[in-house]
Design a protein around this ligand. Structure first.
Ligand code: ZN
Length: 455
């Protein structure tokens, strides 16, 4: 496909790390990377062009249960009761189902403006815990789904060893998530052989409660961990913070910072519950706070200390996690609105007079998401991948908007999607709001869901 598309483009306005730039020419090489600008014929891209947003946290299979856990059960409904629904649902999903669900999800991600996804993948084995004949079968289903949809994938196979901070064994429902250390390192090594321009492999530690200290140390010391991204669920729940304090004598983020060389290769997903000291230490570490505001709201997790973290120059990115929403716009909107609701003030992410909330949060999430992905994305400059969004300049919402208002209008006004075209690695995957293979992928998703519903 690379040979048939023009390699020179021109855009009226392109979002850069310095803000909007005008009349920008871009050239793309046959590997899908931007090169220094060449002269000659160029196709016009559109008026407003933005880097595509990385999605730093996804459990693809959970998309298929979105909306199935909103009916009141026990009076103390919480993350932990939701988790039981999720476990029951996961038990019905094998490689074919996972591929069908993930491909549909990835099409939806692309259409909403995500051009890359970090898949925090723990559904490794058969439902009874027995490995598949090909142990990486479920990982391959995700790789294949991403290839079909045309989204860039950072695959993060998850190490999950125990059912709590006390080291208790996995429950029967958790067994399909589990590995011992040698089998986990084998899986990592196998998956690293599949790496290419659109696939990066990294490490995920499920959480401090699921990975004992010595296992964490051994994984981080392994050859496989030398240069890849490292993700962990860290402090999503107050119960988790209390258990960590009781068993390890420190809060989760504090404990991790004390026991691992946490730096910009790390993404701490749901760094929700932070003390003031943890907030400034995490910011100084250069690690990415992985925030999933719609899921965190849906699960009643709590609120991240956004203002203090931004004041400490912390790095953040967003993920759609359980996929009750699939839209970077909604994640960033909720990130800001949660803070407004709890503080009774406006424009929280904008820390200085005259700053824009959208122009603070969108580039922050581009930068943090790119770090989390381990890929040269999130910026439209020579040497980066050509992953970009073209906004619908005919949308009523953008009529007469000047440069200073476009990103705020994109994030805070309206509900119709403004993302008209999407390019990933130099290839168009969405044009005029339509994904190149969406009908086939949606039909397969529907028949898969009908089959699952009959079980
Ligand atoms: Zn998660």
């Amino acid at each position: 496909m690379g040979a048939t598309i023009p390699t020179n483009y021109v855009a009226d306005r392109v979002w850069t790390t310095q803000g909007w730039a005008g009349d920008v020419r871009m050239s793309i090489d046959d590997r899908g990377y931007l090169t220094s600008t060449a002269s000659g014929e160029a196709e016009r891209l559109g008026h407003w062009v933005l880097p595509g947003m990385p999605n730093l946290h996804s459990h693809a299979f959970q998309r298929a249960m979105a909306g199935l856990a909103e009916r009141k059960g026990r009076s103390d409904d919480s993350f932990w009761t939701w988790r039981e629904t999720m476990y029951a649902f996961a038990a019905a999903i094998g490689p074919d189902e996972l591929k069908a669900i993930a491909a549909q999800l990835y099409v939806e991600m692309l259409k909403s403006g995500y051009t890359q996804v970090c898949e925090f993948h723990y559904l490794h084995h058969q439902p009874d815990g027995t490995p598949y004949a090909q142990p990486e079968a479920m990982s391959l289903a995700l790789i294949e789904a991403a290839r079909e949809a045309g989204i860039t994938l950072t695959l993060l196979p998850v190490l999950y060893m125990s059912g709590g901070f006390d080291g208790r064994p996995l429950t029967p429902r958790q067994r399909r998530f589990g590995h011992d250390l040698p089998s986990y390192l084998r899986l990592l090594e196998t998956l690293q052989k599949y790496e290419n321009e659109k696939l990066r492999v990294g490490i995920a530690l499920h959480s401090l409660r699921a990975v004992p200290e010595d296992a964490m140390r051994n994984v981080l010391a392994s050859d496989a961990a030398k240069s890849c991204p490292i993700h962990i669920h860290i402090a999503e729940q107050l119960g988790e913070v209390q258990d960590c304090l009781a068993t390890r004598g420190a809060r989760p983020v504090e404990w991790l910072l004390d026991h691992a060389d946490v730096d910009a290769r790390w993404t701490l997903v749901h760094a929700t519950h932070l003390s003031a000291g943890e907030t400034s230490r995490l910011a100084r570490s250069g690690a990415v706070a992985g925030l999933c505001p719609t899921t965190e709201a849906n699960l009643g997790d709590g609120l991240f200390p956004l203002a203090d973290y931004l004041d400490a120059h912390g790095t953040l990115g967003v993920g759609s996690d359980s996929h009750i929403s699939v839209s970077p716009v909604e994640e960033l909107r909720w990130l800001e609105y949660g803070q407004r609701l709890s503080s009774c003030h406006r424009n929280i992410a904008a820390r200085r007079q005259g700053d824009s909330v959208g122009e603070t949060l969108w580039p922050a999430a581009l930068r943090g998401g790119a770090l989390a992905s381990g890929l040269p994305i999130g910026e439209l400059r020579a040497g980066a991948r050509a992953d970009l969004l073209v906004l619908d300049d005919r949308a009523a919402l953008l009529a007469a908007r000047d440069e200073h208002a476009v990103i705020d209008s994109f994030l805070f006004a309206g509900n119709a999607p403004l993302v008209r075209d999407v390019m990933v690695g130099g290839e168009w995957v969405v044009r005029h709001f339509v994904h190149r293979d969406e009908e086939r992928i949606a039909a397969r998703y529907r028949s898969t869901m009908e089959r699952l519903a009959q079980r």
